[in-house]
Design a protein around this ligand. Structure first.
Ligand code: C5P
Length: 234
């Protein structure tokens, strides 16, 4: 049973969610998907009707995207057997993974004040798990670098572009969403570029992260490798 923090970072399509959640199950730990928090904050802005690029309150006092995102009523449950994301009490787990949110999330996650707020929330959730004597596996883009720089183990997942696009399409198909391999590849490349080049906490591996290439490993292969690494650190 893990009692510390494992950070799992990397670009989309490397198997982060499946891996982080599976590792939490194996280690008897809690699980936090920080991408889901950025997605739910993005959905809150989309629901509000405030334009995504309205980053300042206008002269008439209309709300801006930052204040809507920061005041969104988000609740995360960290049970790896049943992770849930609620927005205003409503389960938005399916909606936040749809194409509309995916298209807009990089714009909202690049806003410094939104990041500051969600990073605080993430640290609070991590501290609560540790207070209860549980470990926690946290996945995202900046966990090892910003959210939990003192994590006991930092994993940085990578995979080839072809494998990543294939995985994302398979995910969409199994969730009943329309999929198009070329569009998926283009969207991954676009998000990588936006996430890696933004000024606020860009996607990058922490200096002390262990890089794991998941291109040729199946999920059990990846989990065996991570469990080994966790045991070495534990
Ligand atoms: O991991 P997922 O694809 O759900 O993340 C959605 C988006 O949220 C990413 O493309 C990125 O813009 C943002 N994100 C982030 N920092 C994190 C997790 C996600 O900026 N820690």
């Amino acid at each position: 049973v893990l009692q510390g923090v494992v950070a799992v970072d990397g670009p989309s399509g490397t198997g982060k969610s499946t891996t982080a959640r599976g590792l939490a199950m194996r280690l008897g730990a809690r699980y936090l998907d920080t991408g889901a928090m950025y997605r739910a904050a993005t959905l809150a802005v989309m629901h509000s009707g405030v334009p995504l690029d309205a980053t300042r309150t206008d002269a008439d006092g209309h709300d801006d995207a930052v204040s809507v995102a920061v005041h969104a009523d988000l609740a995360m449950s960290t049970d790896p057997a049943e992770p849930r994301v609620r927005l205003g009490g409503e389960d938005v787990g399916a909606e936040i993974r749809g194409a509309d949110v995916t298209r807009n999330v990089s714009a909202i996650s690049a806003l410094t004040e939104v990041r500051r707020h969600l990073v605080d929330e993430q640290r609070r959730i991590i501290a609560a798990a540790l207070d209860h004597g549980s470990g926690i596996v946290v996945e995202g883009r900046d966990i090892g670098t910003v959210v939990a720089p003192d994590a006991d183990l930092k994993i940085y997942l990578v995979a080839s572009d072809t494998v990543r696009a294939g995985r994302r399409s398979a995910e969409d198909t199994s969730a009943g969403r329309a999929t198009d391999a070329t569009a998926t590849g283009t969207d991954l490349a676009r998000r990588d570029r936006l996430d890696s080049s933004r000024a606020a906490s860009p996607l990058r591996a922490a200096d002390d992260a262990v890089e794991v290439d998941t291109s040729t490993l199946d999920i059990d292969g990846v989990l065996d490798r991570l469990e080994e690494l966790a045991a070495e650190r534990g």
